[in-house]
Ligand binder design. Structure first.
Ligand SMILES: [Zn+2]
Ligand SMILES: [Zn+2]
Length: 310
């Protein structure tokens, strides 16, 4: 609790690894995560809300009870554990993770089934964890989509990422990604879940293409509010602290060249429009600056007059 309040990430992580109960409440009935959110320690909130120990996962790599086979092949435990701890929920980021772990590609349905099992566990355990239940459910949806593209469509993960990134003509908004997110959220099997109702309540009134996106609503429900960091997000994968900009329009940011390359097929269609917008904004800002300067000079001259004639 104190580690969470002071925002000490490393200490919080060590305590979680050692088995600190994240649902334990303090004297005013608040969990460590809620208290950390209250004092603005968002990184800590995200860490606590997304924690799942390796031991808890390793349990599923051995056959249990009457099972002939374990739910999770042991060689996938690393990849799956990293997935579950990921706080970036952008579907492109999840597909990139699958791409980086080729051994997972033949077992996407197995992993998705394990995530279903975990979802049930998070909902049915004595201290319900709706946040993790929603998260693993959503990740399972992305993996099933990946399997659909690889097996049923005999297509590639590269094309699936492009499908998620393709922007509509007028403003580059990725409509398919938004629709996928909405469907995935709605397919959460526990309809009575308060978290589900809260997310749907926030998503439903928004027209597809407007802000906030279903992804940003899901992210803030799972990780706590991260609005301050959102402006530095990679346009492709959603990683934070993206520092590279498209050199032409300077309107979109990327975490690196690979993400910029992956986005270019769709960004190139609106890059020129965005560039014109950027130049207009700059021109306007320049004019405002000039105006303020002139006003300031005018005042200075008046002051001089006043000084001279007094
Ligand atoms: Zn990126
Ligand atoms: Zn551009």
């Amino acid at each position: 609790m104190f580690a969470a309040l002071s925002g000490n990430l490393e200490v919080t992580r060590l305590m979680l690894e050692a088995g600190a109960r994240t649902s334990a409440v303090n004297t005013v009935g608040r969990t460590a995560s809620q208290m950390a959110a209250f004092v603005g320690q968002h990184a800590v909130v995200s860490l606590i809300n997304n924690f799942f120990s390796r031991d808890d996962l390793d349990y599923y790599t051995k056959p249990q009870g009457v099972e002939k086979e374990a739910k999770l092949p042991p060689n996938l435990a690393d990849c799956v554990h990293k997935l579950i701890l990921m706080s970036n929920l952008n579907p492109v980021k999840i597909i990139l993770h699958v791409q980086e772990n080729p051994e997972s590609q033949d077992e996407l349905v197995t992993i998705a089934r394990l995530l279903d099992t975990l979802c049930t566990k998070f909902m049915k355990q004595s201290e319900t964890n709706e946040v993790m239940a929603m998260k693993v459910h959503y990740q399972g949806c992305v993996l099933r989509e990946a399997n659909k593209w690889l097996v049923e469509k005999n297509d590639t993960l590269q094309n699936l990422m492009k499908y998620f990134l393709k922007g509509r003509e007028k403003d580059g908004f990725p409509v398919a990604q938004e629709k996928f997110l909405r469907l995935s959220i709605r397919s959460f099997p526990y309809h009575e879940s308060e978290l589900l109702q809260q997310i749907v309540h926030n998503v439903a009134p928004v027209t597809v293409g407007d802000d906030p996106t279903a992804l940003s609503i899901l992210v803030s429900a799972i990780n706590g509010h991260q609005s301050a960091a959102a402006e530095n997000q990679c346009y492709t994968c959603g990683d934070l602290q993206a520092e590279k900009k498209c050199s032409a329009c300077k309107k979109v940011k990327y975490c690196g060249q690979a993400c910029q390359k992956l986005h270019w097929f769709t960004h190139k269609k609106i890059c020129a429009t965005l560039k014109a917008e950027f130049l207009k904004e700059q021109e306007l800002a320049e004019k405002m600056k000039q105006q303020t300067l002139e006003e300031q000079e005018g005042k200075d001259i008046q002051t001089i007059h006043v000084v001279m004639y007094n």
